[in-house]
Design a protein around this ligand. Structure first.
Ligand code: ZN
Length: 85
């Protein structure tokens, strides 16, 4: 348990990632937002995922209504692959 002293635990990551969607959609209270934001800023592992998630959300919002279908699974998966690899 000494090799992760300087970083968040996996439990914190799971918690943060589980709330990221609500966070991006502004559905969380300020305290929770700050907690997640703070975690994301100190956790590279989550930051990678967060970048992709926020990008996808912005894209979907911009296209909401008409072109949502064009930003479908295929494009999301390609974004995710960029991050994973
Ligand atoms: Zn994390």
């Amino acid at each position: 348990m000494s090799d992760l002293d300087d970083g968040p635990t996996m439990d914190e990551c799971v918690l943060a990632m589980g709330q990221v969607h609500s966070f991006l959609h502004g559905e969380l209270d300020e305290e929770t937002c700050n907690h997640i934001r703070q975690h994301l800023m100190t956790c590279e592992r989550c930051l990678d995922v967060y970048d992709v998630e926020s990008l996808i959300t912005v894209l979907i919002r911009r296209c909401s209504g008409e072109a949502t279908a064009s930003i479908s699974l295929r494009e999301r998966v390609s974004y995710l692959h960029v991050t994973v690899e």
